[in-house]
Design a protein around this ligand. Structure first.
Ligand code: ADP
Ligand code: MG
Length: 223
């Protein structure tokens, strides 16, 4: 039994385009402990998003494995549950549903999990408070600033109390000041709740606030 929350073993990924096989990940071995905040940095095209998607069970490796609490996530027949409950995913683009309020967007994953409406509402309210949006509950996404939209997306990723938060450049579309605020908020919540986070960022300054930095170059871990 491994001591790591999540680890990968000799992870390879290539995409098949026409007759050509394009290697993207070339043997990734990483290990992340419960409670750690790990930043993944690397230039555009290095394979960061591909790696994060595979860690979250959103894409499958060509070779190698991902172990979560010692079990291969692709072996289990509860991959759906792993994706929706164990992992909280935050994307660069918020992907909020434009027809629904901030509160409704955040409630959605809880409702899908069949948490009763009233309880989902209370939990959504609490987590929106935690991300600093207590007074934006009934705003539509279009009525929110970029930073606020991303806070809602983070609240939505957190409502089901995932063990592991995977964030793919969550501040990539924000100006540096707003991005810093969102990063700080995310870091505070993760530390307060003793969660684990793997966060992809382009921002060197922000990455230094993580416990550890993993550098990805051409689909390989550097150093
Ligand atoms: N679905 C796909 N089909 C073919 N190639 C892809 C696909 N997704 C990503 N790639 C390629 O894989 C490489 C790594 O992409 P990505 O993981 O998105 O990099 P990063 O997030 O580090 O910028 C890029 O060269 C990209 O063009
Ligand atoms: Mg990317």
């Amino acid at each position: 039994m491994s001591d790591f929350l999540i680890s990968t073993s000799n992870l390879h990924k290539s995409y098949q385009l026409a007759k050509e096989s394009i290697p993207v990940l070339n043997g990734i071995n990483i290990e992340v402990t419960q409670g750690e905040i790990v930043a993944i940095v690397g230039s555009s095209g290095a394979g960061k998003s591909t790696l994060l998607h595979i860690l979250g069970g959103l894409d499958v490796p060509t070779e190698g494995s991902v172990l979560f609490r010692g079990k291969d996530i692709f072996d289990k027949n509860d991959l759906e549950q792993y994706r929706s409950r164990t992992i909280g995913f935050v994307f660069q683009f918020h992907h909020l549903m434009s027809e629904f309020t901030a509160m409704e967007n955040v409630m959605m994953p809880a409702l899908i999990k069949r948490v009763p409406q009233k309880q989902s509402r209370e939990e959504a309210k609490q987590i929106l408070r935690d991300v600093g949006l207590a007074n934006r509950l009934n705003h539509m996404p279009s009525q929110l600033s970029g930073g606020e939209q991303q806070r809602v997306a983070i609240a939505r990723a957190l409502i089901n109390e995932p063990d592991l938060i995977l964030a793919d450049e969550p501040t990539g579309n924000l100006d540096s000041h707003t991005g810093e605020g969102v990063f700080q908020m995310l870091e505070d919540i993760v530390r307060k709740k003793n969660k684990t986070m793997i966060i992809v960022t382009h921002n060197e300054k922000l990455s230094e606030r993580a416990d550890r930095i993993i550098r990805l170059i051409d689909g390989m871990v550097w150093g």
